[in-house]
Write a protein that binds this ligand. Structure first.
Ligand SMILES: *Cc1c(COP(=O)(O)O)cnc(C)c1O
Length: 188
């Protein structure tokens, strides 16, 4: 599968170029920025090649796919991120391989994650997912807590055993006051 490896290497180099250019434009150091490669829908063999190419963080959004993939790649020095909506009945499985959950958006999930992290002696990084398009106190369509609820949830994570508050995960809406902020595809 060297063709696939070459393809991944070329695309990764393109992404790396864009990150470097963005860092230069923003006056930031490259090492301040972490590349997290979303590997969902791609096989474990791709994850393995990416790791060989220097990728250190991968992200998945479906536990059913991620759990076996993470098991197949358990020998690799990778951090696994869970992105997207997470049901509490998947928490036990997800905490088994994830280093970071990027979609913490409700108290019940905090409780479940904390309980499982403690039980297994793991430390789990948590990002509060913010829904910028949600009603004042509501939730976003694709998960996420409204901005007004962030403080309370962050306090909850910060005080929960086994959890580490790593920051926020935000996605700008396609319309409204910040339109187009996530219009970022250019063949990548
Ligand atoms: C797939 C996915 C991403 C990455 O989106 P792309 O459009 O593939 O860049 C980010 N977050 C979640 C929750 C996802 O499921």
């Amino acid at each position: 599968m060297t063709d696939r490896r070459d393809e991944l290497a070329v695309n990764l180099a393109k992404v790396e170029e864009r990150i470097t250019a963005a860092c230069v434009a923003a006056g930031r150091k490259r090492e301040e920025v972490t590349l997290i490669v979303v590997t969902k829908t791609y096989p474990a063999s791709d994850v393995r090649m990416l790791a060989e190419l220097g990728v250190r963080h991968v992200a998945e959004n479906r536990d059913q796919d991620a759990a076996p993939k993470a098991a197949e790649c358990a020998d690799l020095a990778l951090s696994w991120h869970f992105v997207g909506q997470l049901q509490t009945n998947k928490v036990r499985s997800v905490v088994g391989y994830a280093d970071v959950v990027q979609s913490v958006d409700r108290a019940r999930l905090v409780t479940a994650l904390s309980k499982e992290a403690e039980r297994t002696g793991r430390q789990l990084g948590c990002l509060i997912q913010v829904a910028l398009d949600a009603e004042v106190s509501g939730r976003g369509e694709r998960g996420g807590v409204a901005p007004g609820g962030v403080g309370e949830l962050a306090d909850l994570v910060a005080g929960a055993p086994g959890l580490r508050l790593d920051g926020l995960m935000t996605v700008a809406p396609l319309t409204g006051s910040t339109p187009g902020a996530n219009r970022r595809r250019s063949g990548g």
